[in-house]
Design a protein around this ligand. Structure first.
Ligand SMILES: Cc1cc2nc3c(=O)[nH]c(=O)nc-3n(C[C@H](O)[C@H](O)[C@H](O)COP(=O)(O)OP(=O)(O)OC[C@H]3O[C@@H](n4cnc5c(N)ncnc54)[C@H](O)[C@@H]3O)c2cc1C
Length: 451
């Protein structure tokens, strides 16, 4: 059996290594970096920038812990070279894992010629592969709205913004979803002034209002200007900088503007129409719970599948596809459960959530028990001189089963795994309490909230 994968991001990469481990012939076609946009543009460089910004803001925390002469200056050139080193290291490690599993990596642009034939345009000519199964995992790219007039110099899309060779004096960020707020955090922690244009009345409109309010308080505390309820409609570049015009007449002025208004799938040029693969109106490839498209041997995973646009979800889908391609529907086969996928926002404080949200439960008229513990009550948080945030756990009052939760605070992205495990495993709140977290740790707040 030959399994051909187009796109080597988290979904394609994981599917390739997992299928090869299970013993089938795998061809992985990638036109850019093995590891995908996730490693080259999205998760890794953004988190590397945020890690440096976090180190700078940690200096304030450390100063309150008795360390004197604390100061820090960021050398952007070092930050830039560190990011390219990290990307290079991750690529080499991905390539060596693929090679050790016997995966054939073909560099070039892949497309379907017909349902069972994949063509690749490489630097040395075209190749074709017969395929028993195909995975489409070509990811997505930033949406570039026409009104924004992106010039990649003053008006930037997310992939133009880092690593920067100089810091914007004043960045106007359009878009207050996950990507937008991470950029606000990133650049404000490096010292740029930031204005955020928020089309609704709260940042992170999809999130729990209490969680969003905690982030807004942090932004306001750092001097970020919020334009709430304003929709950007055009941009203008002048000698003095940029102006973003909003639909209510307000204008945001800055040295640069960054447009972070979502992404679009990479489904063009893949031969989908010719091969008979259904694509929806927005360009995503609809899939069933096995990630099968309308053609049972053609799968789609990752951002292209239009499910949750997260690397963690793409990895899980890739693994499930490989499993299904090689072993079929066995008793042990599992499907990704999108409802219990945790997600995190790497701001400061971090934000993470999983499962049922309080607002959704109310909207559904569902009875829930909500318990909340502030980190101010955590000895570890107080010792570490950062007690911002809280843990909220949502349980079913009749059974005590954990349905969801959210965490705002340091290491929220790590701590959420405990609640995610409880939600996935349908554990009871008492199970979290009885796990006896180490003292003194932030995890104790989870056990307290679960009581
Ligand atoms: C700024 C930003 C930060 C993010 N941070 C996080 C985060 O911290 N955590 C998280 O979980 N998610 C994060 N995400 C989301 C995450 O990056 C995506 O969900 C993830 O990259 C999706 O993986 P994928 O496998 O679909 O493909 P991608 O990572 O998009 O990779 C697709 C690959 O396919 C290749 N390709 C495309 N077309 C072809 C073709 N025709 N032939 C050959 N190759 C092709 C591309 O070159 C690319 O390498 C972030 C997104 C953004 C925009």
């Amino acid at each position: 059996m030959r399994f051909v994968i187009i796109g080597g991001g988290p979904a394609g990469n994981r599917a390739a290594t997992h299928a090869a481990r299970l013993g089938v012939e795998v061809v992985l076609i990638e036109r850019d970096v093995v590891g995908g946009a996730a490693n080259l543009w999205d998760c890794i460089p953004s988190k590397a920038m945020i890690a440096t910004g976090g180190a700078v803001s940690a200096l304030g925390r450390i100063a309150g812990m008795g360390v004197t002469d604390v100061h820090g200056t960021v050398d952007l050139e070092v930050v830039r070279s560190r990011i390219s080193t990290i990307i290079g290291e991750l690529e080499r490690s991905n390539e060596s894992i693929l090679a050790s599993q016997g995966v054939e990596v073909v560099r070039g642009d892949g497309r379907l010629l017909d349902p069972h034939t994949v063509a690749v345009t490489t630097a040395s000519g075209d190749r074709t592969f017969d395929a028993d199964a195909v995975l489409l995992s070509t990811g997505s790219r930033p949406r570039v709205p026409e009104w924004a007039s992106i010039d990649r110099d003053r008006i930037l899309a997310t992939r133009d913004a880092y690593p920067p060779d100089h810091l914007p004096d004043h960045l106007v960020v359009v878009g207050s979803g996950v990507t937008g707020v991470e950029f606000v955090h990133m650049f404000s922690s490096f010292g740029s002034a930031v204005t955020l244009i928020v089309s609704r009345q709260q940042v992170l409109p999809q999130k729990d209002p209490e969680v969003a309010a905690a982030l807004e308080a942090d932004f306001l505390g750092r001097g970020v200007t919020l334009f709430k309820g304003a929709r950007a409609v055009s941009t203008e570049v002048s000698a003095g900088g940029v102006t973003v015009h909003c639909d209510d007449g307000r204008e945001a002025h800055g040295s640069h503007a960054l447009i972070a208004v979502g992404s679009i799938p990479n489904s063009e040029g893949l031969g989908l129409e010719e091969a008979g693969v259904v694509v929806d109106a927005a360009g995503y490839v609809p899939v069933n719970r096995h990630c099968q498209t309308n053609l049972p041997h053609v799968f789609a995973a990752g951002d292209l599948s239009g499910k949750l646009p997260l690397s963690s979800v793409a990895l899980m889908q890739g693994q499930n596809v490989a499993d299904y391609v090689v072993r079929g529907h066995t008793a042990s086969h599992r499907h990704p459960n999108y409802d219990s996928a945790p997600s995190a926002i790497f701001t400061e404080p971090q934000i993470a959530d999983v499962g049922l949200a309080e607002a959704d439960a109310f909207a559904q008229g569902r009875k829930i028990r909500v318990t909340k513990v502030p980190f101010a009550a955590s000895s570890r948080a107080v010792i570490d001189n950062d007690s911002r945030g809280f843990v909220k756990i949502i349980t079913d009052p009749a059974t005590g089963i954990v349905l969801g939760g959210s965490i705002v605070g340091r290491h929220a992205s790590e701590l959420i795994s405990v609640i995610a495990l409880a939600v996935t495993g349908r554990l009871h709140a008492a199970d979290i309490v009885e796990s006896m977290p180490v003292h003194p740790t932030l995890a104790e707040a989870l056990a307290e909230a679960a009581e």
